[in-house]
Ligand binder design. Structure first.
Ligand code: BGC
Length: 799
């Protein structure tokens, strides 16, 4: 466990996520010896992450941009202006809210004209910091101080830009914000530095001083106004959130219908250098497309470039987005004049669309419609130029599926008819899957076996998991499907949850206890234990660097092993449907492909050291307001192509084993009790063989009934295997309905056993099992010993 290496990877990842949007006259990188005056109170409260469970990492240190610049010998900071801020902040301390939820921004210091004018005489460059924070249970407010600047921030930028010729604005935010002020005040340079974790300030200084050339690209589209995002109309409704924009999320909408509303397109970002592309190869095989591009650094700064591959599909009868990202690759650092060939492959499956109407003649199928498929590369969705195409003579069915997760009420959704926006009605479901399943359900309870099978027998391959599970009394199966937390004393202190052998009975049979905790931006341990704070999801997405994310998450995996944590509650894969979603910082992008590929890279890193990640929140956790109850009304197509897509990619690409459902409902059914979602789609279609857990204290429901935290039977029946969390699993402290439902039409023993088996199958693969049976790789045992982490936790079982 080399913390210096960990820190250097995090610093590099945070730097590679920084997006340079504007750099007039090549002001950046700052020349050696430049005098810099720093403005904005947020330079004194660098946001390492957002708030809520995804941000509560007790970092050993956080380097702010200011700290890092003070240590940067290349420039010198003006102390005069800093002193004014310091004195004002004494009088106006940081407002922490209640800690869990914080104000979206801090009060800004009013700036006097004189102070700025005199600073402009001492310094060549002004650096302005703007900060925003949002998170769990708190979306970003659309107005001033939230998505928009406050009057004080606006006037600060105006004053500074009027006195300084050279101005740089840094945006320390978890998600995009309003950018109209750029055209109004014309600062020389603008950078999204996101929330970069504990090394974020160093990363920003690396880019400002030119130690690293920026290579981040926008993971979201920046439009003129918040109302230009088609989802804004329905976002924030407390009862129902209609996904009327359907598949036209982010650039899919703007590139198809509203190009002129965009200020900075998806995938855009400047570098300190320039690049030339040469297409070396474009080949079409039965399975997909292979592209090879030679990228040459033609500028005068060593830099990396992100090659993005987009497709334009034929409009067909379904209507398509003007462009869809279908591949990307990042070069290594290219010296001036140096070239590198990058290869991108893209499967034909990823070029297909989902027909949820039957218009094409193929209802509920992934199809490739007849026509031209044109491919583009370039720096961003806008600047793409065509590199090749192929034509499909006939519409081809790629995969035939069934209707699932259908809407239960008709609603109007956006479609494209040859690039003209139209609305069509999404019809209600054509059959009731749930009832079909119910009518087939046997209702008898089976007797359990008498002879004992031990967990170790299963682990050794001497017994079947099914036989182990079959012998368990129903009460003990219930213990397996109930997790405990938060802060369970049975696992590492301060963590999110424990599951597995939570009763003496199960422990006697040798079932270990597993430990999980948040995620995604580092380990949350409420005990006060320190943990590394990583750059946030949006920042990592903007880096477009999969390998770097894998390496970073390998370090996180070691940190998990050090702390006896088996499962991370992350990464978060929800789509940035709207810039106001409070949890956007935890998630990656408006694009499902980028989201899926980056998350898969993170899981790969975790898997290298035997721990698991939990991809969450499955599906469509796209607003925090009323998150337990607001009903997402979403077409099957939008789910398949946008909201489920990132999860599908991760399940197929990286063998994810843990998934967390959401708090709320989609199409009337709480996701934690949706058979369509958790069985029909996830397991039957995608072949997922792991466990699904609920979000903490989530509700479930029977179709058409009110939700409740006791409705665990419906969850188990759908294969939401693990209910998180109870105070005491065996005592059924949550007073759930499992035992009363068992043997009725609501829940069979077989269903309960199936979920227990899903959980135990994952536990067999977790470090806790290796630890309990003394077969942990000594490297990890050593790691804990080296760090003095020898705490004995009760989940260690003596066989
Ligand atoms: C969040 C989850 C988190 C869980 C455990 C919930 O409030 O929605 O994302 O993993 O708490 O902390």
């Amino acid at each position: 466990m080399d913390y210096n290496y960990y820190a250097s990877l995090a610093r590099q990842a945070a730097a590679e996520g920084i997006v340079l949007l504007k750099n007039d006259g090549n002001l950046l990188p700052l020349k050696n010896g430049t005098g810099v005056a720093c403005f904005g109170r947020s330079q004194f409260n660098y946001y390492k992450s957002g708030t809520g469970s995804g941000g509560l990492v007790n970092a050993p240190y956080v380097v702010s941009v200011l700290d890092a610049l003070k240590n940067s010998t290349e420039i010198h900071l003006d102390s005069g202006i800093l002193k004014i801020y310091e004195a004002w902040i004494e009088e106006n301390p940081y407002d922490n809210g209640d800690g869990w939820v914080q104000p979206p921004c801090q009060k800004e210091m009013p700036l006097s004209d004189d102070a700025v004018l005199s600073a402009s005489k001492r310094c060549d460059v002004a650096l302005i910091s703007i900060g925003r924070i949002a998170g769990e249970e708190k979306d970003t407010p659309p107005g001033p101080g939230g998505f928009e600047l406050t009057a004080e921030e606006d006037s600060m930028i105006q004053t500074v830009c009027s006195h300084f010729k050279n101005t740089v604005v840094l945006l320390n935010v978890g998600s995009i914000i309003d950018m109209k002020w750029v055209a109004k005040y014309n600062p020389s340079a603008v950078l999204y530095i996101w929330q970069g974790g504990q090394e974020g300030g160093n990363a920003a200084a690396d880019v400002l001083t030119g130690r690293i050339s920026p290579s981040g690209r926008m993971p979201d589209t920046i439009a003129l106004n918040i109302d230009d995002y088609p989802s804004t109309k329905n976002f924030g409704n407390s009862i129902e959130n209609i996904y009327a924009e359907d598949i036209y999320v982010g650039y899919r909408y703007f590139e198809t219908f509203a190009k002129d509303k965009v200020i900075y397109p998806f995938g855009f970002g400047l570098s300190y250098s320039n690049f030339e592309y040469e297409t070396k190869c474009f080949s079409v095989t039965d399975s997909g497309i292979e592209v090879e591009v030679c990228v040459k650094n033609t500028g005068n700064h060593a830099s990396k470039e992100v090659v993005q591959l987009y497709v334009k599909q034929p409009q067909g009868v379904l209507g398509k987005s003007e462009r869809v990202l279908c591949g990307f690759a990042k070069t290594s650092t290219l010296k001036c004049g140096e070239s590198e060939n990058v290869r991108i492959s893209c499967s034909k499956r990823s070029l297909a669309s989902f027909d949820d109407t039957g218009k094409s003649g193929y209802p509920y199928c992934w199809i490739m419609e007849a026509g031209d498929y044109c491919f583009y590369t370039g720096n961003g969705v806008r600047c793409s130029h065509e590199i090749g195409r192929f034509t499909l003579d006939e519409t081809k069915v790629v995969e035939k599926l069934k209707s699932a997760q259908a809407s239960v009420k008709p609603f109007e959704r956006l479609v494209s008819r040859n690039d003209i926006p139209e609305y069509e009605t999404v019809l209600v479901r054509d059959y009731n899957l749930w009832q079909r399943i119910c009518s087939n359900r046997p209702c008898k309870m089976k007797k359990h076996n008498d002879g004992k099978v031990y967990f170790n027998d299963v682990r050794n391959g001497n017994a079947k998991l099914e036989d182990f599970v079959a012998q368990l009394p129903a009460e003990q199966l219930c213990v397996i499907v109930r997790g405990e937390g938060m802060n369970s004393p049975k696992v590492t202190a301060g963590t999110g949850g424990a599951f597995g052998g939570l009763s003496p009975y199960l422990q006697e049979l040798g079932v270990p206890i597993a430990c999980c905790t948040d995620g995604p931006s580092g380990l949350r341990m409420d005990s006060g234990a320190k943990a590394f704070s990583l750059p946030n999801g949006t920042c990592l997405a903007a880096s477009f660097n999969r390998e770097l994310s894998t390496s970073l998450f390998e370090c996180l995996a070691l940190e998990m092993r050090r702390n006896r944590i088996d499962v991370l509650l992350g990464p978060g894969l929800n789509i940035h449907r709207n810039p106001l979603n409070g949890r956007n910082f935890e998630y990656f992008s408006e694009d499902p492909f980028l989201t899926g590929m980056m998350a898969a890279a993170q899981l790969e890193g975790l898997h290298r050291h035997g721990v698991k990640g939990t991809i969450k929140h499955f599906e469509a956790n796209n607003q925090e307001y009323e998150r337990h109850f607001v009903n997402g009304v979403i077409s099957q197509r939008a789910q398949r192509e946008i909201y489920l897509k990132s999860f599908e990619i991760v399940c197929r690409e990286s063998g994810a084993k843990c998934i967390m459902s959401t708090y709320g409902p989609v199409n009337g059914l709480w996701t934690s009790s949706s058979y369509d979602l958790l069985t029909a789609i996830l397991r039957d279609e995608w072949g997922f063989s792991g466990l699904v857990m609920s979000d903490w204290w989530a509700h479930g429901n029977e179709e058409g009934e009110e939700p409740s935290r006791q409705e665990i039977a419906a969850m188990i029946r759908s294969q939401n295997d693990l209910y998180m969390v109870n105070l005491d699993a065996e005592a059924n402290s949550n007073n759930d309905n499992l035992m009363s439902a068992l043997g009725t039409v609501k829940l069979t023993l077989a269903e309960l056993q199936r979920s227990a088996a899903n959980i135990l199958r994952v536990i067999l693969e977790l470090p806790t099992t290796e630890m309990c049976y003394g077969c942990e790789n000594p490297m990890y045992t050593q790691l804990r010993e080296d760090e003095g982490f020898t705490e004995i936790v009760s989940r260690v079982i003596v066989d």
